[in-house]
Ligand binder design. Structure first.
Ligand SMILES: N[C@@H](CCC(=O)N[C@@H](CS)C(=O)NCC(=O)O)C(=O)O
Length: 233
C-alpha cells in the first residue's frame, strides 16, 4: 500500500497517473497547499521542501516503509518498483530520463512562473509576464518539433517522461500559447488524455482543482508566496 500526500496540481497529477497506470493500491491524503497543510511538522518529515507530492511506500525496499518527495524521483521509484514505463534497454532508458529531466528542470519551473506572473501575482509586471510566456512558447515549440518526429517524448513508447510532462502541458492557453500552432503537442495531449488511467487520475481531489479565474485571497497569497512561505522552519 502506498500513501500519497498530494493536491490536484500538475506535480500531484504525475503521481496520480503513475499509480493508476501501474494499478498500485494507494491511499490519497489531501494536503491543501492553499491553507498551509504543507507546513505541518508531520508533512515536513516526509517532504522537507514543503511541496506536494510525497509518498510513503508501506512496503518499501527491504520490506520496510520508505518515504520520498520530488515528483521525478517518485516516478523513477515507482517505475523501478513495477518494471513499468521506464524501458530497460540502455538508450531508451536514458532517452526517458533525459526528457524527464527536461520536464523537471524546464517545463515545470518555467510554466509555473508563467502561471504565477500571468495569473497569481498581485502586481501585473509586463517584463516577467513576457519573459515566462516567451520561455513557455520556446519549450512548447521544442516539444512540438520533437513530437513531430516521435510518437512519445522518449520515442515509440509511453514512459514516465510523458507522465511527468502531460499534466503541465495540457491547457497551453494558461501560458499564453495557441494549441493550434502546436499540432504535434495537440496530438500527443489528446492521445494521453484518452488513456483510462489518465482520465481516472485527473479526478483525484478534482473538487479542489484551481481554475484560471480563481481569485487569491490575502491569506492564501501569504501561504503560497509571502511571509508564511518564507518563515524559517
Ligand atoms: N520539484 C517539485 C515541485 C513540487 C511543487 O512545486 N509542488 C507545489 C504544487 S504543484 C507545492 O506543493 N506548492 C506548495 C507551496 O508552494 O508551499 C516536484 O516536482 O515534486
Amino acid at each position: 500500500m502506498i500513501d500519497v500526500y498530494t493536491w490536484p496540481t500538475p506535480n500531484g497529477h504525475k503521481v496520480h497517473i503513475m499509480l493508476e497506470e501501474c494499478g498500485l493500491e494507494h491511499n490519497i491524503h489531501g494536503i491543501n497547499i492553499r491553507k498551509g497543510d504543507q507546513f505541518s511538522n508531520d508533512f515536513l518529515k516526509i517532504s522537507p521542501n514543503n511541496r506536494i507530492p510525497a509518498i510513503v511506500d508501506q512496503v518499501g525496499p527491504g520490506g520496510a516503509p520508505y518515504s520520498l518527495f520530488e515528483s521525478g524521483a517518485i516516478l523513477i521509484y515507482l517505475a523501478e518498483k513495477t518494471g513499468k514505463f521506464l524501458p530497460a534497454e540502455v538508450r531508451a532508458r536514458h532517452d526517458t530520463l533525459q526528457w524527464l529531466m527536461f520536464q523537471m528542470g524546464n517545463v515545470g519551473p518555467m510554466f509555473g512562473q508563467a502561471h504565477h506572473f500571468r495569473n497569481y501575482a498581485a502586481e501585473k509586471m509586463e517584463y516577467s509576464i513576457e519573459r515566462y510566456t516567451n520561455e513557455s512558447g520556446r519549450l512548447y515549440r521544442i516539444m512540438d518539433k520533437h513530437l513531430g518526429e516521435n510518437e512519445y517524448l522518449a520515442g515509440d513508447e509511453y514512459t514516465i517522461a510523458d507522465i511527468a510532462t502531460f499534466p503541465w502541458s495540457r491547457g497551453p492557453e494558461r501560458r499564453g500559447q495557441d494549441i493550434e500552432l502546436l499540432p504535434n503537442v495537440k496530438r500527443w495531449i489528446e492521445t494521453i488524455q484518452a488513456r483510462p488511467a489518465v482520465a481516472k487520475a485527473l479526478t483525484v481531489l478534482e473538487e479542489h482543482q484551481s481554475k484560471p479565474t480563481d481569485v487569491i485571497d490575502e491569506e492564501t497569497r501569504s501561504i503560497m508566496f509571502g511571509a508564511k512561505q518564507f518563515e524559517n522552519r
